[in-house]
Design a protein. Structure first.
Length: 500
């Protein structure tokens, strides 16, 4: 079973490799000597160092208080999530799964061995509470793959205690700097080992050049969404809050971009990729849509006075939610391990590396991108105006749903064009997001009513009182009516603000 902890630490180096006296740091009452730990870690990666290039480390370590397998995923500067699994001889399947989106069909092999003597000290406050752990590490690195060199160095590592105040690290750093200790140039021991042992640097991480052409801007947006999908993969596998939603949004942004900018990227190439992105979004949506429905149903049920809740409505809703979620979760994990998903990631890499650009990609971005955004906006206009001409009912519901999808597409196109078009594009993003949210409320009501009808039928067949289901259905109808009443004004505001 894996344990996950948020690791917040800073690394330093010193010419004399000594640790200054830290008892003068504000808030630190004592520095406790915890002895020396002998650590032996073997780091795993692909032969082309795909994990290292993404600042991810996977190691098997013995010695110290946390021997085992450790996978560290970057969160921000100096912040990583560390997932720990007990010792075993081979890479645990659980951790291999969390890096599958990075390694694809590649094999994990030992690339570096690090042996460290860690002199450990705890910084504690006046009540004896640990504030941070300071380690002075004397390190020897041996290259195991891609070279046979060795390197040695000493570094100081300061890690914030669980639940600690980040300001402690700032105060310690101030003291260290005064003593001539400087922040390390390397983000991790592995990065330094790879740089200093024979075999060369990790994969380069230099970003693309500043966007100039229309194609540059579109590809920058495509690249960002590709990166988001890959970055979110471990979080989705761990069922982190909002991760499924965020990955689904990234797939939709990509698919919309391919459609909106068909004059920039060849749709003969991107349309089949769009079909695969639609499949992935659909698989992600199986659990996500159910989750949204369950939240909405519980909310409306909580709003009812107890006297209006007839029968075991809450129990039936809970059973439905649990059954739907369990099946969706298992299915999604299977999708993320499927060859089809991994092939899609490879294909997206190919688009970024060798984009199928057309003639318009080399042109000035202002005209090309603005034209695409205006075209999408005109589709929203036609759909929403047509929908509002329909009488309230299924046809209007469907029309507003289609208008909502086109509003999303217009929003995403404006996002991609934002760096080139500036304020007008940002204003359009804001107005389309507002319209999308309003129409989303309407679609949620449609889906909730459908679910209430299904649950009511099951309850009726079981001989249960269905009064509450009917009451909730009626309230959802009124909710949809309020959206429909607000839609014309929201649309008029969006039209008035259109200046792309």
């Amino acid at each position: 079973m894996a344990d996950t902890k948020r690791e917040i630490e800073r690394k330093y180096e010193s010419d004399d490799s000594g640790l200054p006296d830290l008892t003068g740091v504000a808030g630190v009452a004592d520095v406790l000597d915890k002895g020396t730990a002998e650590l032996d870690a073997t780091y795993y990666d692909t032969s082309d160092l795909r994990l290292a290039s993404a600042s991810i480390t996977l190691r098997r370590r013995t010695g110290g208080s946390d021997a085992g397998w450790h996978l560290k995923l970057p969160v921000g500067p100096g912040v990583r999530d560390e997932i720990q699994v007990p010792l075993s001889d081979t890479v645990p399947d659980e951790l291999a799964g969390l890096v599958r989106a990075r390694i694809r069909e590649g094999q994990l092999v030992p690339v570096v061995r690090l042996r460290s003597a860690r002199d450990v000290r705890d910084l504690v406050d006046a009540e004896g509470k640990q504030l941070a752990e300071v380690g002075v590490d004397t390190v020897r690195a041996d290259r195991l793959f891609g070279g046979d060199g060795t390197a040695q160095w000493t570094e100081i590592e300061v890690e914030l205690a669980d639940g600690g105040d980040i300001r402690v690290l700032d105060k310690v750093e101030k003291r260290l700097r005064k003593a001539g200790v400087r922040p390390s140039k390397s983000t991790s021991k592995l990065a330094r080992a790879l740089a200093e042992t024979k075999g060369g640097q990790p994969l380069p991480k230099a970003g693309p050049a500043e966007p100039v052409t229309a194609g540059d801007h579109v590809l920058a947006y495509v690249r960002a969404q590709r990166d988001a999908i890959v970055d979110l993969d471990p979080a989705v596998r761990q069922d982190t809050e909002e991760s499924v939603h965020d990955m689904r949004v990234a797939t939709r942004r990509l698919r919309s971009t391919f459609k909106s900018f068909g004059e920039v990227l060849d749709r003969e190439v991107t349309d089949p990729i769009g079909d695969e992105l639609k499949w992935l979004a659909g698989e992600l949506g199986v659990g996500r849509d159910q989750e949204v429905l369950a939240e909405r149903l519980n909310t409306v049920l909580d709003d009812l006075p107890p006297a209006l809740v007839h029968g075991p409505v809450r129990d039936r809703l809970a059973a439905w939610s649990k059954a739907e979620y369990g099946g969706a979760r298992s299915r999604l994990l299977g999708v993320l391990d499927s060859p089809r998903y991994l092939t899609l990631l490879d294909t997206l890499d190919g688009v970024v590396a060798d984009p199928p650009v057309l003639k318009a990609a080399a042109k000035n971005p202002d005209k090309v991108l603005a034209k695409a955004v205006r075209k999408d906006f005109s589709k929203v206009a036609a759909l929403i105006e047509e929908a509002m001409e329909q009488p309230s009912g299924a046809d209007r519901d469907l029309g507003l749903h289609e208008a909502r999808k086109k509003a999303k597409r217009t929003r995403y196109a404006a996002e991609a064009a934002g760096p080139a078009l500036g304020g007008p594009a940002k204003a359009l993003v804001k107005s389309m997001k507002s319209l999308q949210g309003l129409l989303g409320d309407h679609q949620d009501s449609v889906m909730v009513r459908t679910t209430l009808g299904e649950l009511s039928a099951v309850a009726h067949a079981a001989g249960e009182d269905t009064f509450t289901y009917g009451l909730l259905y009626g309230r959802e109808e009124r909710r949809a009516e309020r959206v429909e009443e607000a839609a014309p004004e929201a649309w008029a505001t969006a039209k008035d603000g259109m200046d792309v």
